[in-house]
Design a protein around this ligand. Structure first.
Ligand SMILES: [Zn+2]
Length: 416
């Protein structure tokens, strides 16, 4: 179900209804002591997020769709934005769709505002590029993106946590309304079958969106965005056969150099690592490229989740936000260029394999046929015609020439 099908007044009414419901809930949480707080003229709060998404989905409906079928425990919408040239969907049905499919996930941790802002900055760049003249770099990039990618963007996976942060002003709150950390608390969900043990992310309603999207679409890459440090976590495991370890590490190093702020590359053994959604995407869904990227860090954290100055640990001051987003943004073109080239190479390799499986002639056989052909031509050129064939050939020629003469006489000297 798309946001476009609903009139704007209904969306605003729904938001206020949910807000009233959440107001009725008692959050026994004290405000945290903070160095600085978010200014909502710069940062998006939940209500502004809804308005922005409604605005872009109605203005750019030919390539941007906002789906609102997924909901959190408190009933808030987990908006899924799909960005692509939708006219290529018919090609997709005929199975000749060469678009790269990427899943971006934001807002898993409630107090991390910066990743969500980075998502809005990306959407703004894409939509602005669409409005520019075709010759400009921005316009060319947007068209390249729309024609070669099918992006799925989970705008805010944990809207309940964000509601709690906004209502209680406790910027150290990370989890869902059920106090679950979507990134680390999912390891208990193990399913044992005859083939082995699998992780499943089933316990929290917020995880339904991951399960359904990753089962419905075959993604080439998955990125889970965070803040609090500057690092790129990549999987170090041979269990995912679809992504080569060399390619995974190469993209991680490309991303790190595009960010220019000394991002650490951190390998994680996903067969042991307890990282919820990230591990699920890599191990269970076998997405070739999976990363957990922490986009910004203010200061060294003494514990995983501090109990004060959390906003300044996870997010820059409001007046620095725009500049910080500009620094982060080169990450996206780096991802798109690499994944596009990788995908095209995979398509070529698969086409070659298909050709050799279904009647393609190997080089050695072709070479043998060529040599055989040459030998036949040489034999024909040097063949000696038997004597009896030569006599027959001459007789045939004589008969033909007499007939021709008879006809000629008949024409020149008619009897009547
Ligand atoms: Zn996080």
């Amino acid at each position: 179900m798309s946001l476009l099908y609903f009139p704007s007044w209904l969306i605003v009414a729904a938001f206020f209804l949910v807000t009233c419901v959440s107001k009725g809930m008692i959050f026994d949480i004290r405000p945290s002591v903070e160095e600085y707080l978010p200014n909502y003229d710069f940062y998006h709060n939940l209500s502004r997020m809804n308005q922005c998404l409604h605005h872009v989905s109605s203005k750019y409906s030919e390539f941007l769709d906002v789906q609102m079928r997924y909901r959190s425990r408190m009933g808030l919408t987990q908006f899924v934005v799909r960005v692509s040239n939708f006219s290529l969907d018919s090609v997709s049905k005929s199975k000749s769709d060469n678009r790269s499919r990427i899943l971006f996930s934001y807002g898993e941790h409630a107090a991390e505002f910066l990743p969500v802002q980075s998502m809005f900055h990306l959407i703004e760049n894409i939509t602005q590029g669409y409005d520019l003249l075709r010759e400009t770099h921005g316009a060319k990039f947007t068209r390249y993106l729309l024609n070669n990618f099918d992006l799925f963007i989970l705008t805010i996976v944990n809207p309940d946590g964000r509601t709690i942060v906004e209502r209680t002003r406790n910027y150290c709150w990370m989890g869902t309304a059920n106090s679950v950390d979507l990134n680390t608390d999912l390891t208990a969900n193990l399913r044992r079958t005859s083939k082995g043990t699998y992780r499943i992310i089933a316990a929290e309603p917020e995880c339904r969106v991951f399960r359904e999207l990753t089962s419905k679409h075959s993604f080439d890459a998955f990125f889970s965005f965070h803040s609090g440090s500057r690092q790129i976590l990549y999987p170090l495991s041979d269990e995912n056969s679809k992504g080569s370890g060399v390619d995974v590490l190469y993209l991680a190093s490309l991303m790190s150099s595009s960010l220019k702020s000394g991002f650490k590359l951190v390998p994680a053994n996903t067969s042991l690592f307890d990282a919820g959604i990230f591990t699920y995407a890599n191990q269970e869904r076998k997405i070739p490229f999976t990363y957990k990227i922490s986009l910004w860090g203010g200061k060294e954290m003494k514990s995983d989740i501090p109990d004060k100055n959390c906003f300044s640990t996870f997010n820059p001051p409001s007046e620095d936000l725009k500049a910080e987003l500009e620094v982060i943004h080169p990450l996206y073109p780096t991802i798109f260029n690499f994944i596009h080239n990788w995908k095209q190479t995979q398509i070529l390799i698969m086409a070659q394999q298909q050709r050799s499986k279904t009647g393609g002639v190997p080089f050695s056989v072709s070479f043998f046929i060529f040599i055989l052909g040459c030998a036949c031509v040489l034999l024909l050129c040097n063949i000696r015609v038997p004597f009896s064939w030569k006599i027959y050939y001459r007789r045939q020629r004589r008969i033909v020439s007499l007939r021709s003469l008879g006809t000629l006489f008949a024409v020149i000297c008619p009897l009547t």
